[in-house]
Design a protein around this ligand. Structure first.
Ligand code: NAP
Length: 252
């Protein structure tokens, strides 16, 4: 009998998992995207796009579409959908796994300053520099809007919505990025502080190498925790192995 797997996606890992599972004829795979990006990279298999409408609606979706297993392969900072997935899976009796790529680890020469939130990152900036490279994505930028005396280079895939910190320059770009390219950006814009989420993974890690080589301090926003009780793996291969051995759907 075919088992239906729902992957909550929007990440490289989610696409890789969908590609791996697409070849498995015992599985029907649906990937779910939030619909934030104008031209998303589509995964293999079936795709649905847009929010579910909260945890209860997600629970109904799982039941209505006879989902046998749920994989939360969303970005480490997409905490709302991860919390909804945990609630909905528990209520629907559907086994849930989270895929989280490992966070970045500081190397010798790095000047990292941890922050617990974007607001915490903004509070650190005046003590570190004046020309700030913000790579935290297009949402949450209001946390930096009240700062004064700083200039921002804001990079995101799609245009960020106001309120933005001012003065600023917006650069629309999608990774992966190279160390040479990132070093050139730091030089051209005379960046003296980099701000990043601890997203992990290779696609956007080049900025950290470039910052280390240029002696630029980096404010690293820590990840929110994975909801309690949800098993976590680091790679799509581990997720595929879990799915093949996944327990059957439980009675809610
Ligand atoms: P979020 O704050 O955790 O979620 C906000 C709402 O967006 C959720 O309540 C849900 O709406 C909807 N949503 C999020 N992911 C969804 C998915 N895969 N499928 C269907 N609905 C989804 O999420 P976010 O931080 O805005 O990120 C949105 C998406 O972009 C995520 O899927 C994530 O993997 C991807 N992404 C995020 C980041 C980041 O830095 N946060 C970076 C790269 C990619 P309903 O409540 O209506 O169901």
């Amino acid at each position: 009998m075919t088992r239906h797997v729902l992957i909550l996606g929007g990440t490289t890992e989610a696409r890789a998992l969908a590609a791996t599972l697409a070849a498995d004829r015992a599985l029907r795979v649906t990937s779910s995207l939030a619909g934030r990006v104008a031209e998303p990279r589509l995964p293999a298999g079936e795709v649905r796009i847009g929010g579910f409408g909260g945890p209860d609606a997600l629970r109904c979706w799982l039941a209505d579409h006879a989902v046998d297993a749920l994989v939360d392969a969303t970005h480490p900072f997409a905490a709302t959908i991860s919390a909804h997935a945990a609630r909905a899976a528990a209520a629907a009796g559907v086994p849930l796994l989270a895929v989280r790529r490992p966070g970045w680890v500081a190397a010798p020469g790095d000047r990292w300053h941890p922050a617990d939130s974007l607001a915490g990152a903004a509070a650190l900036l005046p003590g570190l520099g004046r020309r700030i490279f913000l790579t935290t994505g297009r949402t949450g930028l209001e946390a930096f809007a009240a700062t004064t005396g700083l200039w921002f280079l804001i990079r995101s895939v799609d245009a960020p919505r106001p309120p933005l910190p001012e003065p600023s320059h917006v650069l629309l770009a999608r990774g992966p990025f190279t160390v040479e390219g990132e070093a050139e950006l730091l030089r051209r814009h005379r960046v003296d502080v980099l701000v990043t989420k601890d997203s992990g993974g290779p696609a956007t890690a080049a900025k950290l190498t470039a910052a280390r080589e240029a002696g630029v301090p980096v404010v690293v926003v820590r990840r929110p925790p994975v909801p309690g009780g949800v098993p976590v793996v680091a790679t799509p291969d581990e997720a595929a192995a879990w799915l093949r051995a996944a327990p059957a759907r439980l009675d809610p």
